[in-house]
Design a protein around this ligand. Structure first.
Ligand SMILES: [Zn+2]
Length: 253
């Protein structure tokens, strides 16, 4: 297998992931660090960090696609941790491609669309307004579930341990926002959402949820942001016949 040229892969991803619709994202989405020209093996990870870069080099990965990249709001200096990280990539000639908000939002590959799919939730509408753009969805479970039953399905689907807080409602209408999405709790009333699922626990969300009578599930920032990169990996395998591998580096948070 001859592989795929880097620029061809980057153009495909830029277009497919609709990067141009998220110019306001703090993340410098797209190709952040340029590596070798020919791509044979693609790595997928949630976070750009030295552990992931070392693993990628050991596995012979040419192109690494991550949700949280290295460059946020512009690059000022290349020192300390940043120097080490960039050095690890350049030494092994691995390209780094980051896709942040577009990969939360994307209707097919996005973390949130994939979470709904994994949990057999039928998409009903947009949800999770973040800086003027909805990055997520809410939907209905196939039948009414008890809160415990639903939480077990979340933990199983994502291989995680949730912080699950019931405020007495059974589960039918679920709002989902991957990562640190607690801000969307304010939208739950509008859609009669009984259960709100996000990644990172928020202290502030507790009393709001209590008074809004919305169950809370914090399934982990990391765990809720693995489905997106994996879905893009499957698409790259199908489109270009590339070998893809997920590099797991859970934070437990
Ligand atoms: Zn995130």
């Amino acid at each position: 297998m001859n592989g795929t040229k880097l620029d061809k892969l980057v153009s495909f991803l830029d277009a497919e992931l609709c990067l141009s619709e998220f110019r306001e994202d703090e993340s410098a989405n797209g190709l952040q660090v340029e590596g070798r020209e020919k791509i044979r093996k693609v790595g997928l990870a949630v976070d750009a960090c030295e552990y992931v870069f070392r693993k990628a080099a050991a596995k012979g990965i040419d192109f690494l696609l991550v949700h949280h990249g290295l460059i946020w709001g512009g690059l000022r200096t290349v020192r300390g941790v940043m120097r080490q990280r960039i050095k690890a990539l350049l030494d092994s000639e691995i390209s780094l491609y980051a896709c942040h908000l577009p990969l939360d939002w994307h209707p097919q590959f996005g973390n949130n669309a994939q979470l709904l799919k994994l949990l057999s939730i039928k998409k009903m509408g947009e949800f999770g307004n973040y800086h003027g753009k909805n990055i997520s969805y809410w939907g209905k479970t196939i039948r009414e579930l008890s809160f415990d039953e639903f939480n077990v399905s979340v933990e199983r689907a994502l291989g995680t341990r949730s912080t699950a807080i019931s405020f007495g409602r059974s589960v039918r209408n679920v709002g989902v926002v991957s990562g640190g999405g607690w801000f969307a709790i304010h939208e739950t009333v509008k859609h009669d959402i009984d259960t709100f699922l996000t990644g990172e626990p928020s202290h502030s969300a507790y009393t709001l949820a209590e008074e809004m009578k919305v169950n809370l599930i914090f399934a982990g920032h990391y765990a809720t942001e693995t489905p997106g990169v994996k879905a893009v990996g499957r698409a790259l395998k199908k489109r270009f016949g590339l070998t893809v591998e997920f590099i797991d580096h859970p934070t437990g948070l």
